[in-house]
Write a new protein. Sequence first.
Lengths: 407, 326
Amino acid sequence: MTDIAVPNIAPEVEAHEHFALEKPDHVWRRLLTNGRFLTGGTMLLLILGSCIATLVWTGRESLGVDEDGYPIANPYYFDAQDATRPEAKPSRDGIVYWFGTDKLGRSILMRCLYGGTVSLEIGAAAAAVAVLLGVSVGLVSGYKGGWVDGILMRFVDVMYGLPYVLLIILFKIGLEEQFVLGGWFPGMVLALLILGVLLATFQVTGKLLPGLASARWLSRVAVAALLVTDLCVSRHSVILALFRLAHVRSVPLPPSVANRAVLFMAIGLVSWLTMARVVRGQVLSLRGQPFIEAGRAMGLPRWRIFFFHLLPNIVGPIIVYATLTVPQAILSESFLSFLGIGIQAPMPTWGSLAAEGLTPGLLPNNPSWWMLLFPCTLLALTLLSLNFVGDGLRDLFDPKRGEAAKL
Amino acid sequence: MLRFIAGRLIQFPLILAVIYLTTFLLAWVAPGSPFERTDRKLPPLVLQSLKEKFHADSAWSFLGWYPYRIVIHGDLGPSLNFPERTVNEIIRQTLSVSIVLGTCAVAIAIVGGVTIGTLAAVRRDGPLDWISLNVAMIGISLPSFVAASVLVVIFAVNWQLFPSSGWPAQAGWSSLGWSRFVEYVQHITLPAFALSLLPMAYITRLTRVSMIDVLGSDYVRTARAKGLTKTTVVWKHCLRNAILPVVSYIGPAAAGAMVGSFVIEKVFNIPGIGNFFVTSVQNRDQPLILGTVLVESTLLLVLNLIVDVSYGFVDPRIDVTTTAQE
């Protein structure tokens, strides 16, 4: 870079480093002049809005009861079957047939609209988990440093190393039955929590007894080893027996709810890794700054520094990566649905609709292209607009990179 | 450099052990096993002896016996779901298919992505730039099974240029020849191209961004003023400096293309490791899960190591041996 360029980019670099929000009107002007953000945002609002607004019709099985006490079938229900018109081409015979019908005579349009809410729900859930877990892990890891940072980041590395499909599928298969039957999974979580509390206690006692560092470590290792061995001999586990005694079991859930809940958790649990790394990097660069040091010198409690001084400065990247997590989550769900392990049968998602349309769509003599085209277009459009919005936001919070990259 | 590689190699068993433990915990803690899936309920004694035969009777066999077999004998044990085949056999037969497919896909992605990205950066804000940006965005947004099925419909069904699915049958070295090569090319083109779309989109974006950065630097102006042609400057001088982010992306991308291609493998009906991995997880075939995960993680680790080492060749100023610590 030449010397002349420095005064020009200096304020931007500063904004980039602190990720400080500008005055609100500046933010809006910058956003509203960004063509990609505008296109993406409008498209997203349109799709999202129509999916949610039509939920009143697509989500209701019957329209009440007629005089004889029989339920009146709702033709707009996503699972409403019209046996007279299986695999009908898109036609203008009524809004139900605009996008054609599938093999069972169900309206593709209604299924797309309803499936959109499910897909977007998954995206939102993943983003929420990514923000909650990723930000807290990143904050702690970056701020504490040392062995805490080492352990947390190695954990993130290992999670990166494991194929994410394995994690998602194993979580799903393993936990779903637990949720449906009301298994011991919450006991497991509680056991892990207890382990955490024990480790924290050791940390505190270590502070009280500074001379006993080696003893502290020995006891830590011993307790951890005990707990791990105990959990490994699952049938004879003391901890699990305690939970069994205390009847700590989860409430049985209906299968469809369990299916959704577990998929949310599984996709969320693998999507926080990038967020943790990004937040950690930001905190690392902020930690040494004078204002944090000043806060520490004033004796502010750690949570105050976290919430009132660190967090506001990294809101930008958090928003950006949360936005970029949503399309990734929707994409993973569509892969899982394609493999037949995503959201289960009557409930549609864009991914499962595309997968359903794929097989007949490939046969040259019977190409029901509409079953593939419409869900895929909606899926691709949504992902495209989410990526556009995410990139627009990144331009806003990271102007230097935005200028250079226009991406 | 040798010391650096040795240091990283020493870390491998540790990381693999952690990955093994994690996978083991996930696979074991999850309830249900292939023995319990059968329609008829087996008598408890038969079940017990079956489990003993497959060393699936307790968690300890997977923590004690199993690592011992893997480390000492390199034997991943019998597959629970394919009783005639051992995990070693399955991996040997499928891994090569996946590696060939993944390598082709990554090669296509690198060549295509770097070319498009560089051209877009050189003709910045032109129509080509606009097209490349949006094509890259679509490549990132389009699920690969959709791209794959569109490719199949166009090239295999309508134009009948390539077979729509399948893989050349396994055969010995004796049958190598021109016709065999053509057969491979025919079977590999569509899946490799479908698989390359996502990494190509990322590589295009990365190349374009860093190329724009590099094109603005002083030495480019000097080189042009000295009388070098634009082509030489861009493709020889700038590219070498701009390719670094691409290099660091290639490691995970190649690993992803080699082992994460299960969707493409399913669409094209290719007997790769990804398909076996997914079915093994669904069938709770613990030895096969552990085996495939170990192989995949090893692949990822090795590829990342290769990438780290190759930094030094791409840009001699980079010294991984010192920066790796920071």
